[in-house]
Design a protein around this ligand. Sequence first.
Ligand SMILES: [Ca+2]
Ligand SMILES: [Ca+2]
Length: 402
Amino acid sequence: MICYTILLKNQMSTYMRLFNLNHLLVMLLLLGCAQPADAQYELQEAYPNVEFDGPVEAVWVNEGQGRLYVVDQEGRIFWLPGSENAATKQNLFLDISDRVVSGGEMGLLGLTFHPDFQNNGYFYVNYTSGSPLETRISRFKAAAGNTGQVDPGSETILLTYRQPYRNHNGGKVTFGPDGYLYIAVGDGGSGGDPQNNSQDRSKLLGKILRIDVNNTSGNRNYGIPADNPFANNTQGYREEIYAYGLRNPWKISFDEETGRLWAADVGQNRIEEIDIIENGGNYGWRVMEGSDCFNPKSNCDETGLIKPVHEYTHADGVSITGGFVYRGTAMPELQGKYIYADYVSGKVWALTVNQNGTKADNTLLLTTGFPVSSFGQDQNNELLVLSYGSEGKLYRLHRQVQ
Ligand SMILES: [Ca+2]
Ligand SMILES: [Ca+2]
């Protein structure tokens, strides 16, 4: 009962900041004493003396001796050395809190480094800003040698889009094996996608976008990859679109071995889902929530809609947090499995798919007892788990020694 009370207090405050209150009742039902159901895996604190206000990203970069960069939602990026010990402190890398509107699902939400960062110093962020509210995809530039803090004035805004509501801002940016920048965009917010943005290909909301940051085209600060599904279309569709019909993809990631793009899409009232994203794919929202009709409630037209690889109902969680296909070496039994979590229930699972991408198995690894905002990978592709809220800490997923 003590465990229950502490969890309730911690998770409620965090939950009320980040997610819709209409899920509160479900959350209360989910919270028990969060002992791992399967005790084979556990979390170990990484960087024990380091805490963040609201960590939402942890990105490892192999530059020089290598650093782990951690994003605080309010608008700051810190770096940590590769070796972690009690003396380790976080170092400020970039502070753009002056231009970030944060709180709830808003803030500095995404960070990725140019594949040639070591030479060109470019990195890319996704944040909400301004009034009226918008999302900005911006490039910043670290000085040669990357020895000090980054000049906040080095910003080049690549792309902006209006945010009609404060929630569902997606946020992840990541480079694909093709060298293009992929951007996860939520449906704009409110509930039920009232403007039907996700199915509207003339809008950027509710999509996975793909742009070429190494080129420009027309009046854009970026190029459109020639094989984007709507490149050079004459129907008024946005050429940046790579896939559509997403609600709020909270984390996307590439499997570095297969090149597959994985997305975790947060559900509305009932179903959380995982998708493997294909060029031009329509992932169904708001016609469908998971593999159920949503609008209309029944007899919806499922033609051409790609169903989730895996989904779970709100009996198991309320808001999915996407992770990574595990490509580390410390836990060989997890090799090739997609590791993800639920932000509210704190459950962490491993999803196994067949070679053709269909589901083979889904296994609960552990229950964290804290809200999981994100996953990260370290220099060895071992997994970090980010705890959001009253204690913003980094943990490592590892197998218990029997
Ligand atoms: Ca929004
Ligand atoms: Ca879907």
